[in-house]
Write a protein that binds this ligand. Structure first.
Ligand code: PA5
Length: 335
């Protein structure tokens, strides 16, 4: 599919596809290592926010091997996610995990990861192809969650899938409140470098997604930071260049009900203390009940903002030429 907006709008259907997958009996794991990069890797960050309330520890690994030193002792389930199946860091990491005899499951359209899974008999969810990896977030996250269900690392997610996919359909309908909000936020950020703040497991994971979607879709720099940590460093950084930062940057704060009670007060004081240095463009709160739905609502807002920023700048959101060029330079296969 070459139209990014159509890909974004299919999020509800992608989640429904994942919900309809046969159960995958994988064993019982309360330690999970999610490996993946970029648009595939974010599903590990989201899975962490969803699984940790069930007492499962999720470690997100974005890079090559080696294994974290504790993995030989703890024997986590490794879930390798790569939409193309050809991402060299993920392939390297999963090969090392295999050499250490760790249990492995994979989420991919195929590629070399799919071949390795078939060869070694690893559990594999084959997701539909034809999307940009970052626009297949519903497939990748949904399939990863079904793997975690099969590993008894999370409880039955059926109700969350229904809530999240319905919410996605509603919010992605043009003219919805989310569209209006995204238009306002994109208007406020136009011509600026976005800085996205989050302050909890859901808002923090979504802040990372906003940043990467703006990078890849709108082709602009963007950064994300977490409260309360940023109040111990970044807050001071808004002091010395107020003219430049006022002119060129803009903050969007994401909030969620699992943010610590103090985060609201911190946001209020942090914005007061920095208002002379940077416009606080918007606060965007999550919607929904389940963690999955709340993540999806913030994801949709960010995806739409990234798409609108691309549109207003006359940029094609689909190709990520530099990422593919780098993969070629390193000798890999572009996704
Ligand atoms: O969204 C993208 O295109 C990238 O962030 C890719 O997801 C990233 O380069 C990793 O590739 P893959 O998702 O195929 O493993």
């Amino acid at each position: 599919m070459t139209d990014m907006l159509a890909q974004i709008k299919s999020l509800g259907d992608q989640l429904r596809w994942a919900a309809s997958l046969e159960a995958l009996p994988i064993g019982t794991y309360s330690e999970v290592l999610c490996a993946g990069m970029g648009g595939s890797g974010i599903s590990g960050d989201y899975a962490k926010a969803i699984a940790e309330p069930f007492g499962t520890r999720v470690t997100v690994h974005k890079g090559y091997g080696p294994l974290p030193p504790w993995a030989d002792r703890v024997r986590p389930l490794v879930v390798a996610s790569s939409y193309s199946g050809n991402t060299e860091e993920t392939l390297d990491f999963v090969q090392v995990a295999h050499e250490h005899g760790l249990p492995i499951a994979t989420v991919t359209t195929g590629g070399q990861l799919g071949e390795m899974a078939s060869r070694h008999g690893w559990a594999m969810v084959e997701v539909p192809g034809g999307f940009q990896p970052r626009a297949a977030a519903g497939y990748m996250l949904g399939a990863l969650l079904r793997v975690l269900e099969g590993a008894h690392s999370v409880d039955d997610q059926r109700l969350s899938f229904v809530e999240a996919s319905d919410l996605a359909d509603e919010e992605l309908t043009e003219g919805s409140g989310s569209w209006e909000l995204a238009q306002e936020v994109a208007g406020g950020l136009a011509g600026r470098i976005p800085i996205i703040y989050g302050g909890g497991p859901v808002s923090g994971a979504a802040a990372q997604r906003w940043k990467t979607q703006i990078n890849e879709n709108a082709k602009t720099p963007a950064w994300w930071s977490l409260l309360p940590e940023l109040d111990h460093n970044e807050l001071a950084g808004w002091e010395a260049m107020p003219q430049k930062t006022t002119e060129h940057l803009g903050i969007v704060a994401l909030t969620d009900r699992d943010d610590h009670d103090m985060i609201g007060a911190r946001l209020a004081h942090t914005s007061d203390l920095t208002e002379d240095a940077v416009p606080w463009v918007a606060r965007v709160g999550s919607r929904g009940t389940s963690v999955l739905a709340r993540l999806i609502s913030l994801t949709i807002a960010g995806d739409l903002v990234s798409w609108l920023l691309a549109e207003s700048a006359g940029v094609d959101p689909v190709p990520v030429t530099r990422i593919e060029r780098l993969k070629e330079l390193l000798g890999g296969t572009a996704s």
